[in-house]
Design a protein. Sequence first.
Length: 82
Amino acid sequence: GQVKGVPVKPDPAGIHALLADLAVRPEETLFVGDSGVDMQTAANAGVTACGVTWGFRPRTELEEFNPSYIADTAGEIKKLIL
């Protein structure tokens, strides 16, 4: 998403602000997205990336950015976080 006054992705400022507000460390964070820009954002923020294949971009775009995970279902994400 986009918030007025916050640089747009792949700039990590939005993620950094959110983590600070929630008092969560980057190494405790899974960033889920459906595009290469999302995967770049996760890398720039130093958080773990999980691409999802049901979004607006093809799986091959996600793979180009080498996310830690690619999920085909929400259930797969659930297994990652539990």
